[in-house]
Design a protein around this ligand. Structure first.
Ligand code: KE4
Length: 431
């Protein structure tokens, strides 16, 4: 009988982590900065459940911040990893696994004819920005407050996600030189977008936007805004970069651009595309992508880009989403959750808004609809923190920030959703 391995508690693990890594985490989004308390350390995950070091089980609504649309430890993905790992872990040379994943991305994402695999959503957005600047010969980039495109210096201004959560939208270390060419506008503000192009139109290389926001909570673009993004960039010769790192393969198999009829020039992908392993990708028409080195002159490279384990997990995930689409089930479960949360918050008399697109949703503690960062910033984040911990105490693991999205996976069950709603009914009456 092997000796019992004494496992640390989350608290012990965190105490050790803080001596080793800044804040004890490898991403601030996990630091519980907006909700207080200490992060929970996860021991393992399966289906819709997370299991922490202290033996607690949680219904998971983070899904690793989006990738785990099929649920945790999805058998075909695990099997594909076993097959891949038996052949080694990385070669630094081309593999057919990269062909397979690239082919699936091109097949599934309407606007992509050629794609480059990288290692994260940040790398995807950063590389797409460089490509847009290289292709247009222009310097300026437009982004929207509350939109997060990874920790790209040029875009780490008025960012969403943990930058907004931790109220450090303009990070130290981001130089004036890096951010001086970044214009930050208000999401869903057509007039503001038009005005910016009136003044800077000829200098703007691209407009980067989240086609459905997840990083200030879920915020949906109006049809007027979507139309203006495409028409105004066309009128001024700027490229439209659709950041589908979160929405890609999430809100539809072809992402938000398929669901909402957006025709971008470049698309950034991440999260689901790697099936839980580190993969990002950027792509678009061949006429643009042919400018990327070595075919073109715009430099971009990466030791582990197209890693055989990551492409195996990503390709298996996309193939499953294509061949056995879970979107009807995801829509039904997420709609059930939306209805239940709305009813619970209304019954409790708690001012709230709820936004949902497919299986990503956010319950805002706000008096007025959240349409952009100006309204998102008015949310009652203290009440969110109380909601978060109330749900955590009842075995529901929600994203630890008002400015994130909850994700439902294909592994969630109606019972999971019912239990979540029951817990919300209790918590919302006490916060
Ligand atoms: P990564 O570099 O974290 O893979 O992707 C950056 C990124 C780019 N674009 C969008 C729309 C994104 O949502 C993200 C990353 N999302 C956050 C959560 N909202 C990641 C969580 C974290 O930073 O730990």
């Amino acid at each position: 009988m092997p000796p019992a391995v004494s496992r640390p508690s989350s608290r012990e693990a965190f105490a050790r982590a803080k001596k080793l890594m800044p804040g004890g985490v490898n991403s601030p989004a996990r630091a519980f900065g907006a909700v207080g308390g200490e992060p929970i350390f996860i021991d393992r995950a399966e289906g819709s459940y997370l299991y922490d070091l202290d033996g607690n089980r949680y219904i998971d609504y983070i899904g690793s911040w989006g990738p785990m649309i099929l649920g945790h430890a999805y058998a075909p993905v695990i099997e594909s990893l076993h097959r891949a790992i038996d052949c080694g872990t990385s070669y630094g040379a081309p593999t057919t696994g990269e062909n397979d994943l690239a082919e699936l991305i091109i097949e599934l994402v309407p606007s992509i004819e050629k794609v480059r695999l990288v290692n994260s959503g940040t790398e995807a957005a950063m590389s797409a920005i460089r490509l847009a600047r290289g292709v247009t010969g222009r310097d300026k980039v437009v982004k929207f407050a509350g939109n997060y495109h990874g920790h790209v210096d040029a875009l780490l201004v008025a960012a969403g996600s943990s930058a907004a959560t931790l109220a450090v939208p303009n990070s130290p270390g981001v130089t004036t030189g890096a951010s001086q060419d970044t214009l930050v506008l208000e999401y869903n503000d057509v007039a503001g977008l038009r005005d910016a192009f009136e003044v800077h139109g000829g200098e703007i290389a691209c407009v980067a936007f989240e086609p459905v926001c997840g990083n200030m909570g879920v915020v949906v673009p109006t049809s007027e805004f979507r139309d203006a993004l495409r028409s105004i960039t066309n009128d001024h010769g700027a490229l439209l970069l659709c950041d589908e790192v979160m929405t890609g393969f999430r809100v539809a198999i072809g992402g938000a651009q398929q669901r909402l009829g957006i025709e971008p020039d470049l698309t950034a992908l991440g999260k689901i595309v790697g099936g839980g392993l580190p993969v990002g990708a950027y792509g678009g028409p061949d006429a643009i992508m042919c400018n990327v080195l070595p075919e073109g002159k715009v430099f971009q490279a990466g030791t582990l880009s197209g890693n055989p384990l990551a492409t195996a997990a990503g390709a298996t995930t996309l193939r499953t989403l294509r061949d056995d689409p879970p979107y009807e089930k995801l829509e039904a479960l997420a709609s059930q959750l939306e209805t239940g949360l709305r009813e619970a918050a209304t019954a409790a008399g708690v001012p709230h808004q709820l936004a949902r697109v497919g299986s990503m949703l956010t319950l805002f503690f706000a008096d007025e609809p959240v349409t952009g960062w100006q309204s998102a910033a008015k949310c009652d984040t203290e009440r969110f923190a109380r909601f978060f911990w109330g749900m955590m105490d009842r075995g529901m693991y929600l994203p630890c920030s008002q400015y994130e999205a909850m994700f439902v996976s294909a592994a969630h069950t109606e019972t999971d959703i019912e239990n979540t709603i029951d817990a919300a009914r209790e918590v919302l009456t006490s916060i």
